[in-house]
Design a protein around this ligand. Structure first.
Ligand SMILES: [Zn+2]
Length: 273
């Protein structure tokens, strides 16, 4: 499923190839991909206009429309943008095709149909209405601490909660907890300032590395959890078998030796037992 680095990669593709061209036609291959807008209205709102910016917040991408409004794209499980050169045929599962006057096109391909395309008044208004937290890549340490601080439940649940921080999904939540040495079920209230500093730093490093590799999971360092997260996977640090279980409803991989639940932090502040 596309997470923040994947969606950022998609945003960059759209920024490079879909801006400044005039929309000639909008073809909707499957109406079920549209949310809150009919195909006719989407077309009317875009034909003759140009996309002026490609934005992202968490896992949501937006193409702002000159003169006002924006197209919101959620990529779901398997969605991706495809650029068609002049004369190139549409690939299978083309759900929405934005055909430009120069005969190139931006295609929203979505084989499994979990994605959504919307016509919005503005990106910011949508982010507000959805109650999305700060973008997980853009958040500085202060914003990160503020978002993570009041959380009592499992730290993994907080990382996945899009109203806490927007953009972290299951795979990167496991990765940052592994690299920071924190067990996924650790209650958020047990984390101290140093844990937050390291989580924030590691998250940024993981995202920027992933972006540099154009989110090719086969190219990530072997010391990461990602290449080892399978049934027979072992910890790249200590070689013990990885644990696999369900945490906050999601399949989770972690190393019981290298990741602690910070119960030692409970004894800080002068109390002991
Ligand atoms: Zn280990």
């Amino acid at each position: 499923m596309p997470e923040l680095p994947e969606v950022e990669t998609f945003r960059r593709i759209m920024e490079k190839r879909a801006l400044g061209r005039t929309v000639r036609r909008v073809l909707v291959g499957d109406r079920r991909i549209l949310a809150g807008v009919a195909a006719v209205r989407l077309s009317r709102g875009l034909v003759g206009k140009r996309f002026s910016a490609a934005l992202r917040h968490g896992k949501q991408a937006f193409l702002t429309v000159e003169g006002g409004g924006a197209v919101g794209i959620h990529f779901g499980m398997s969605g991706l943008p495809v650029i068609l050169e002049k004369g190139e045929p549409e690939p299978p599962h083309s759900r929405v095709v934005f055909r430009f006057t120069d005969d190139t096109a931006l295609v929203f391909r979505c084989p499994r149909m979990f994605g959504k395309v919307r016509l919005l008044q503005s990106a910011n208004r949508f982010i507000e209405q959805r109650g999305l937290g700060p973008d997980a890549l853009a958040a500085d340490l202060r914003a990160f601490r503020k978002a993570m601080k009041p959380r009592k439940g499992a730290v993994k649940g907080a990382l996945l909660n899009q109203s806490v921080l927007a953009g972290i999904g299951n795979v990167y939540a496991d990765e940052v907890l592994f690299q920071t040495g924190i067990a996924p079920e650790t209650p958020g209230e047990r984390l101290d300032a140093e844990d937050h500093r390291r989580l924030h730093g590691n998250l940024r490093r993981i995202f920027t590395t992933s972006l540099r590799l154009e989110t090719d999971w086969t190219a990530v360092p072997k010391t990461w959890l990602i290449p080892n997260r399978n049934r027979d996977g072992s910890c790249p640090r200590c070689r013990n078998p990885l644990r696999r279980g369900t945490v906050t409803g999601r399949t989770t991989f972690w190393c019981a030796s290298c990741q602690s639940d910070r119960s030692e932090n409970l004894y800080s502040g002068g109390t002991s037992r």
